[in-house]
Design a protein around this ligand. Structure first.
Ligand code: ATP
Ligand code: MG
Length: 278
């Protein structure tokens, strides 16, 4: 299998607190990988390690065959990123903000208009960043990540703060990227319902530990086996996800899958509590 991002036992400790615990991720080239977990699970910390923004305490990773930390600069040239809420120069326009990043990356001038177009901000490129709405700021952050169309994108909750139509639009954009220019996307979220609409593969993180890694289909199969399937006719308001090979009367709805995800987290939390009491 061709993994473009591979982490081995990646660990981050803050003093005695383990924020990321022996996480081994396998992200396939050209895929959208959904990185799921509740608040504080360690998603941003993992992404920051991949971007060299914080050093791993233990473990290692490779991105496109390049090893961190030796190949840190060449890794960064291949990765576009959006981490938490990106900040901008408030008194510069959206276009000018992007132009600063473009210059740092040594990219041609045309990249700025291309990125603004990709995120639907062409019309507002000349407006000051401080006058952007929250959703427009998110889009500008995404445009910054897309500058020069990098082969790998690391996006930390990029739809935060967007209205439903904005979420829909950005989700469609992200979904289109692998076929548009052959990139790989690692995207985090705490909502399975959101990730389900975009991702090929999923990693579920809780308290820094990876509870599940596999395809969305594998997760659906697990949900079936764990008894989360609805009989046909139930839960239809959430839309059934039809899967070949599944019993015609048993489908996994988005609500069922989200329910399984939440109970996986609850179970892990309960196990932790019990272990802590022993
Ligand atoms: N610099 C730091 N010093 C100490 N603890 C930290 C630091 N950065 C993060 N943490 C802790 O590490 C854990 C993981 O945080 P992280 O931001 O990676 O979670 P997350 O999965 O991105 O959560 P969210 O969904 O809320 O964004 C949290 O308990 C957080 O408080
Ligand atoms: Mg986070």
């Amino acid at each position: 299998m061709d993994y473009i991002i591979k982490t081995e036992q990646l660990t981050k400790k803050y003093k005695s607190f383990v924020a990321v615990n022996n996480v081994s991720l396998n992200i396939q080239k050209g895929s959208i990988y959904g990185f799921l977990g509740p608040n504080g699970a360690g998603k941003s910390t993992t992404m920051k390690m991949l971007l060299g923004l914080t050093a791993p305490t233990e473990g290692s990773f490779t991105i496109d065959g390049k090893q961190f930390p030796n190949d840190r600069l060449s890794i960064l040239k291949e990765v576009g990123s959006f981490i938490e809420s990106p900040s901008f120069y408030a008194n510069l326009t959206g276009k000018e903000n992007l132009d600063i990043i473009r210059r740092i990356l040594g990219l041609p001038e045309s990249c700025v208009a291309d990125a603004l177009e990709l995120v639907g901000l062409s019309e507002f490129g000349g407006r000051l960043a401080k006058k952007y709405s929250l959703g427009m700021k998110q889009r500008l952050g995404l445009a910054g990540a897309l500058l020069g169309r990098p082969p790998i994108l690391i996006l930390d909750e990029p739809t935060n703060g967007l209205d439903p139509s904005g979420i829909h639009e950005i989700r469609n954009l992200i979904k289109s990227l692998p076929s548009l220019y052959d990139c790989t996307v690692l995207i985090s979220s705490h909502m399975l319902s959101e990730i389900e609409l975009m991702a090929d593969d999923i990693g579920i993180l809780n308290h820094g530990c990876l509870l599940f890694e596999g395809s969305l289909d594998e997760l659906r199969q697990n949900a079936m086996q764990a008894g989360y399937a609805s009989q046909n006719g139930f839960a239809s308001q959430n839309g059934f996800v039809s899967q070949s090979g599944f019993d015609a009367d048993q489908k996994i709805s988005t609500a069922n899958l989200e329910e399984m995800f939440l109970s996986m987290i609850d179970q892990d939390n309960a196990d932790r509590k019990q272990r802590a009491m022993l």
